[in-house]
Ligand binder design. Structure first.
Ligand SMILES: Nc1nc2c(c(=O)[nH]1)N[C@H]1C(S)=C(S)[C@@H](COP(=O)(O)OP(=O)(O)OC[C@H]3O[C@@H](n4cnc5c(=O)[nH]c(N)nc54)[C@H](O)[C@@H]3O)O[C@H]1N2
Ligand SMILES: Nc1nc2c(c(=O)[nH]1)N[C@H]1C(S)=C(S)[C@@H](COP(=O)(O)OP(=O)(O)OC[C@H]3O[C@@H](n4cnc5c(=O)[nH]c(N)nc54)[C@H](O)[C@@H]3O)O[C@H]1N2
Ligand SMILES: [Mo]
Length: 808
């Protein structure tokens, strides 16, 4: 989230799109309803009517996978009707920058596309630079090559008729949302966007969010109270796990994963440290070497020195351009290229797409280590239905895990707040927390490498790994310490003391930190700030509910990111009634500003979007794999055979794996004419591995079902409660028909398209409940993130003669 949970109450308009916030993020809804009570308009744009829709002012159904068409139409509406916040757009976004001559867009493809590699050469999307290497700007927005004009041209195709025919949303409904949300393009109004998987789980997932970013920048809604782009994060600590990187392509603090193209420390630093010649741009990532060197110091301790590149060369490096995310990992496993693995804290045999394939892939492992609370479809894959256990060679180790109530540590919520999670009771018997398990495990691996050597043993033996898991010590290391006596301002810090902030981190080896973004969370002065529970705040802070002394949030306890965009060039808040910061008597008051520079009018200020190279909000986003502007493409499996916006049907760069089990339906395939979307349930948790073992939750939602409209049910001769079979190009799933007006038939390309919806929480280890919905979904993903397209694929549905998976 750019903002935080409480801040939602400050919104004048709330667009909930691609999330079922009331059911899956109930904490958010307390604040949504407070805003609504004060007059905010709450809108839910979603294929399915849910409890979120019920509490919104209105629900607008759309066809899954058409959000860019919907949002592109909103961009056009804002531009045509001059609803945008002109001063903000000109001063704080890159609308005024002039784009280089190489950029162009034709027939649905941006310049720089290579059909052989299915990828773009992003250097074609650069800005024009002046003689000093500073981007050329035209704040009058008249230059025909400036971002503003190119955006106008790009989205001119997104007229109401075309958008309506693509999305299945009536023109009246489109206008209802556009008008209500665009009304926040005034300095004294704010609109917020709340999204989750309905936007991300698509082959155009990142561009869905880019569309929202463009809208929010046009309306001046970033950096302000009640505004922002707010990702409602999923698993309880998914924000923390992203920050500390349970991902293959980044390392803690959002720095790139080393690959074989960067063999030395210097090569890594050169490739990853952006340079800006613009004196107005803070270009914050110029400090990356300090954060990276401190991270290496935290990993390799005294072994890491400036002379040996802080042991950079010991780090394992991925192959440049390779994808190591689930879809690709399981594909490698399917191809017999992986011998063993550790799967802890997830149940991929239920939650990964094309489950029939991944279940088979897992059979190829010689050994598998799991740690669980229960038996799951993953731990027990070797004796799944239809498989003779004697034919499966995998040796499975199932270690008992401590439950979260038996663990202690920090949890980071969607608003980037760090909260301390206290242990309630000690783990029973041999159950261990992940930290405990891994400390013991790594110590043994280190001892083995110490004794037996091997290839590059120092990579393991030199790691500064704690002897035992101690969450308090780990939080201190995450914050970072001085590794030599150091001075910050007038204050002397001793070696071993905590760094006060990331501004104290150095690239000379005198500091270590496991995550620069968390520096400041555990200091000498204040101790562990995750534990802070003070409601003390100034009147200005209380006015918008900042609560700066309750927990701590990254970065530097800034509660609203990019908040210098909430003030004018003189530092005066655009919206005085809900000011976030203000320049008063020579200093900033309110929230922690994005850098302490004086206001821009002083001539000594900096642009507010300090994390982007040019300091400006990116309406034109040249860093993405699939284009600098968003563009509607159909999902990879689509019920239509053309794209009304261009000749290009699907994203030209979406990711996929191909094997004999990765079949896809053809566009408008008559065998699979119905759109399927999938989602979580209030009563279960994700793949259900945990909640199916909780009797009262299972009683509340006992069986696999499929939601379908009465119109579709009638067409197919299906009655509410009937057993049905849903079939895709990859598999079949049994379900009970839930015939409901919550799903609506939609008029798309001049004909009726049906969409159905299914939860994905049921699995065979809980007898009679049904089995994985993901046996239907395809292994295709977003080109930037490889998140699978769980939210849109094509299927058919028919009445079942007999059910085998479901108890009747
Ligand atoms: N009770 C409960 N809470 C949970 C979870 C749980 O399993 N149970 N899971 C947690 C996790 S890990 C996560 S990631 C989050 C998920 O939170 P959400 O993303 O809110 O949940 P989902 O149910 O996956 O999907 C959200 C909505 O997207 C809609 N949708 C589907 N396709 C599209 C589309 O193309 N466009 C648009 N606009 N909408 C679409 C669905 O109809 C659904 O209403 O919830 C978290 N909270
Ligand atoms: N079709 C479809 N598929 C989806 C999605 C969708 O919307 N549609 N959503 C996707 C999303 S957003 C997510 S996050 C994934 C979730 O996918 P998974 O992460 O695979 O699902 P969970 O059911 O949360 O699995 C967690 C497992 O960990 C166990 N567990 C719980 N606590 C602990 C613990 O403290 N220690 C250990 N060792 N184990 C524990 C539980 O018993 C459970 O078996 O699913 C994805 N898959
Ligand atoms: Mo999630």
């Amino acid at each position: 989230m750019t903002n935080h949970w409480i801040d939602i109450k400050n919104a004048d308009a709330i667009l909930i799109m691609g999330s079922n916030a009331a059911e899956h993020h109930p904490i958010s809804f307390k604040w949504v309803l407070q805003a609504k009570d004060k007059g905010a308009t709450v809108m839910h744009v979603d294929p399915k009517f849910s409890r979120t829709s019920a509490r919104s002012d209105f629900h607008v159904p759309l066809r899954s996978g058409t959000d860019i068409a919907f949002l592109g139409g909103m961009i056009k509406y804002i531009l045509d009707n001059e609803k945008y916040f002109k001063e903000y757009v000109a001063n704080y976004t890159n609308a005024a920058l002039v784009v280089g001559k190489d950029y162009g867009f034709k027939d649905g493809i941006f310049t720089g596309y290579d059909p052989k590699t299915r990828s773009y050469d992003k250097s074609k999307w650069g800005f024009e630079m002046d003689a000093d290497g500073v981007p050329v700007r035209d704040v009058s927005l008249q230059n025909p090559r400036c971002v503003f004009r190119l955006m106008q041209e790009h989205y001119s195709r997104y007229d109401l008729d075309t958008v309506s025919a693509t999305t299945g949303v009536s023109k009246e409904n489109l206008l209802k949302v556009y008008e209500a949300f665009a009304a926040t393009g005034r300095p004294d109004k704010a609109g917020t966007v709340m999204y989750a998987l309905g936007w991300t789980q698509h082959t155009v997932g990142v561009q869905n969010i880019r569309s929202a970013a463009i809208i929010q920048l046009l309306l001046g809604n970033i950096g302000v109270a009640g505004g922002g782009i707010n990702a409602l994060r999923g698993e309880p600590n998914v924000q923390g796990s992203t920050d500390h990187t349970l991902l293959y392509h980044i390392i803690p603090g959002y720095m790139a994963m080393p690959h074989n193209g960067w063999q030395t420390y210097d090569e890594y630093i050169k490739a990853n440290t952006p340079v800006s010649n613009d004196p107005m741009s803070a270009n914050w990532w110029q400090h990356k070497p300090k954060y990276f060197a401190s991270l290496l110091k935290a990993w390799y301790g005294d072994h890491a020195t400036k002379e040996n590149g802080f042991c950079y060369e010991l780090l394992p490096k991925i192959e440049k351009g390779e994808d190591y995310s689930y879809m690709f990992l399981f594909d490698r496993m399917y191809q017999n290229k992986i011998r063993g693995g550790i799967i802890i804290g997830l149940n991929p045999m239920n939650s990964v797409p094309n489950t029939n394939k991944v279940r088979k892939a897992l059979d190829n492992l010689e050994w598998l280590v799991t740690s669980e609370l229960h038996h799951s479809e993953t731990t027990d894959n070797w004796h799944r239905p239809g498989v003779d256990p004697k034919t499966v060679k995998t040796e499975v180790f199932l270690l008992p895990s401590a439950h979260r109530l038996e663990k202690e540590g920090s949890v980071t919520n969607s608003g980037r707040w760090l909260l301390w999670h206290y242990q309630t009771i000690k783990p029973a018997f041999e159950a261990r927390s992940f930290g405990d398990l891994f400390c013991g495990f790594m110590k043994r691996v280190q001892a083995l490498y110490g004794k037996e050597g091997g290839t590059l043993p120092e990579a393991v033996t030199w790691l500064d790994y704690p002897d035992a898991y101690d969450p308090d010590d780990l939080c201190q290391r995450i914050n970072g310490r001085f590794t030599a006596d150091s001075k910050v301002g007038d204050k002397l810090y001793k070696k071993g003391q905590q760094v006060p902030s990331f501004t104290a981190l150095k690239d000379d080896g005198s500091t270590m930190s496991l995550n620069w973004l968390y520096a400041g969370s555990y200091t000498e002065e204040d101790g562990n700030k995750c534990k802070r529970r003070s409601t003390k705040q100034t009147e200005m802070q209380a006015n918008i509910g900042l609560f700066p002394n309750w927990s701590w949030c990254w970065p530097v306890n800034r509660r609203i990111l990019y908040n210098r965009a909430s003030v004018d060039l003189n530092g005066k808040p655009y919206n005085t009634a809900k000011a976030v910061i203000e320049w008063k008597d020579g200093k900033w008051i309110g929230d922690v500003p994005d850098g302490g520079w004086p206001p821009m009018a002083s001539g000594k200020g900096k642009y507010p979007f300090i994390m982007s190279k040019h300091g400006l909000g990116q309406i034109f986003g040249p860093g993405r794999q699939d284009g600098p502007f968003s563009e509607h493409y159909e999902p990879v499996e689509t019920p239509v055979d053309s794209n009304k916006f261009s000749k290009q049907l699907n994203s030209p760069v979406y990711k996929f794996v191909s094997s004999n089990m990765d079949k896809l339906a053809k566009p408008a395939d008559p065998k699979y004419p119905i759109v399927l979307t999938t989602y979580s349930l209030t009563e279960h948790w994700c793949g259900g591995g945990e909640t199916r073992n909780v009797p009262n939750l299972l009683e509340a939602e006992p069986q696999q079902y499929v939601e379908m409209s009465p119109e579709l049910a009638q067409e197919k001769g299906i009655k509410n409660g009937d057993g049905v079979i849903i079939e895709s190009a990859r598999g079949k799933v049994e379900a009970i028909a839930m015939v409901t007006v919550r799903m609506r038939p939609l008029k798309v390309h001049g004909r009726i398209i049906h969409e159905i919806g299914m939860p994905f929480c049921f699995g065979w280890t809980t007898p009679g409940t049904g089995d994985a919905t993901n046996r239907l979904t395809p292994s295709v993903g977003d080109p930037n993130t490889t998140i699978p397209e769980y939210k849109a694929c094509c299927v058919n549905v028919r009445k079942a003669d007999k059910l085998t998976e479901l108890a009747t």
